[in-house]
Design a protein around this ligand. Structure first.
Ligand code: UDP
Length: 362
């Protein structure tokens, strides 16, 4: 029996892991130990995903969150190393680009345990992003680089990685969308509670540090969404970091009178809000792709994106949050638009391909 130890800790990682953990559980000869660092810990940022996506409870919960990036990553490194020494896994599996990803990969590499990185090769070419640092370093010390797209594979080739380390499997989030996307209906549940009608509202999410920690950028986003809300309802599930910053800046109350601010929602509520929106405005990586999966036009409130193929295909427009009027114009321009018929994220078998590749080697 081969043991895979998975390190995860943030919302998008629970969602990505749901399909891969299922593939591990149904593959004879493999067993998984799930280590949750605690980076996201609230019921609505963590537990709800395990419940809705049918995941096993983590075997270890390390309860590490908050503090500076260095402090958080350092505490995780020490704690995950202890678990690895105890569990002696054959492989360590990490996802994406958070501090939990880097801590898991680094602890494993130092113990000479091969690392599998799901969502390898993504680049924003913006080293001011903590995620960019995490993903470059994680790729560097990983044994398997599971890329979601051609662009991600090309990034790794350009950086000089050997071709046999780069395994383009497609995007595990597409697998998740195929499994769960049809479980929601328009007009019921949360949409009914919020008084939203099909294709009659804008969905917004903001949580990247480059937006939350820069008052001018955040103000431009707030002003643009407030202006948009005069013509179409805007619903905005607030990430805890964004809520804290808006509260501190004294912007929360005025915003709440214009925009439907809600707590972070579970995966199925989110899929419902995404699927039946007229437009999505976001700085999330996952939400940009889900907009495309559900054929909803998207405006990305950032200077750049890792998911370049959606911009090229016309499904997504980049709108750097520097000027509220320009943002509002980008949103108005995207309403009702459609991109080209493309399929850049594989065929929905990424999770199985990850597990098969690992199984062939260990
Ligand atoms: N998501 C969710 N509830 C929310 C906001 C997002 O379930 O209130 C889901 C969303 O559908 C996507 C994932 O969380 O699958 C994206 O995570 P996030 O935006 O936190 O991170 P990123 O993708 O930018 O790394």
């Amino acid at each position: 029996m081969r043991k895979i130890l998975t390190v995860l800790g943030a919302r998008p990682q629970f969602i990505k892991a749901s399909v891969v953990s299922h593939a591990i559980a149904t593959t004879p000869g493999l067993t998984e130990v799930l280590v949750h660092t605690g980076q996201h810990f609230d019921a609505n940022m963590s537990d709800v995903f395990f419940a809705e996506l049918g995941m096993a409870k983590p075997d270890y919960f390390l309860d590490i969150h908050g503090g500076s990036h260095g402090a958080m990553t350092g505490r995780m490194l020490e704690a995950v190393e202890k678990v690895m020494l105890q569990e002696k896994p054959d492989v360590v599996l990490v996802y994406g680009d958070t501090n939990s990803t880097l801590a898991g990969a680094l602890a494993a590499a130092k113990l000479h345990i091969p690392v599998a990185h799901v969502e390898a090769g993504l680049r924003s070419f913006n080293m001011a992003m903590p995620e960019e640092i995490n993903r470059i370093l994680t790729d560097r010390i990983s044994h398997w680089l599971f890329t979601p797209t051609q662009a991600a594979s090309a990034n790794l080739q350009r950086e000089g990685y050997a071709a046999d380390k780069i395994i383009e499997v497609g995007d595990v989030m597409y697998d998740v969308a195929l499994h769960h996307g049809s479980r929601v209906q328009p007009g019921t549940g949360l949409m009914a509670q919020l008084g939203l009608t099909e294709k009659g509202y804008v969905l917004a999410t903001i949580h990247r540090q480059e937006n939350t920690d820069h008052p001018q950028r955040l103000a431009a986003i707030v002003d643009a969404l407030t202006a948009t809300a005069r013509t179409l309802p805007v619903v905005w599930p607030l990430h805890p970091r964004t809520r804290a910053v808006l509260q501190k800046a004294g912007l929360l109350d005025a915003l709440a009178s214009q925009v439907k601010l809600i707590e972070p929602v579970g995966y199925l509520d989110m899929v419902q809000l995404e699927k039946f929106a007229a437009l999505i405005a976001t700085d999330s990586g996952g939400v940009q792709k889900e907009a495309f999966f559900y054929q909803v036009p998207c405006v990305t409130l950032r200077d750049e994106t890792e998911w370049v193929e959606l911009v090229q295909a016309g499904w997504n427009r980049l709108a750097p949050p520097v000027d509220a009027q320009a943002l509002q114009a980008a949103m108005a321009g995207a309403l009702g638009s459609r991109g080209q018929d493309v399929q850049p994220y594989g065929v929905g078998d990424a999770a199985g391909r990850v597990v098969n590749s690992i199984l062939n080697v260990v």
